[in-house]
Ligand binder design. Structure first.
Ligand SMILES: [Zn+2]
Length: 72
């Protein structure tokens, strides 16, 4: 199977090209967040992932079962 070359927001139809070197930090810096391949948010949507002040990765307001924020 070919590797995917883009990421697609699971909340809208936005896509972004994956860097060829698989360094996702540029996508992260651009505002993309993801929890595995099925849950991705673009910079224009509530993030599916947030990082707290301890550096922990938590589900964000864009995640369907988040305890905080908007419902799916
Ligand atoms: Zn989106």
């Amino acid at each position: 199977m070919p590797k995917p070359t883009t990421v697609t927001c699971t909340r809208c139809t936005a896509t972004a090209l994956l860097p060829e070197d698989r360094n996702h930090s540029r996508l992260w810096d651009a505002g993309w967040r993801w929890i595995g391949p099925e849950l991705t948010s673009c910079p224009n949507r509530p993030p599916v992932l947030v990082i707290d002040d301890q550096g922990r990765h938590l589900r964000g307001p864009g995640a369907p079962d988040a305890r905080l924020g908007v419902p799916a």
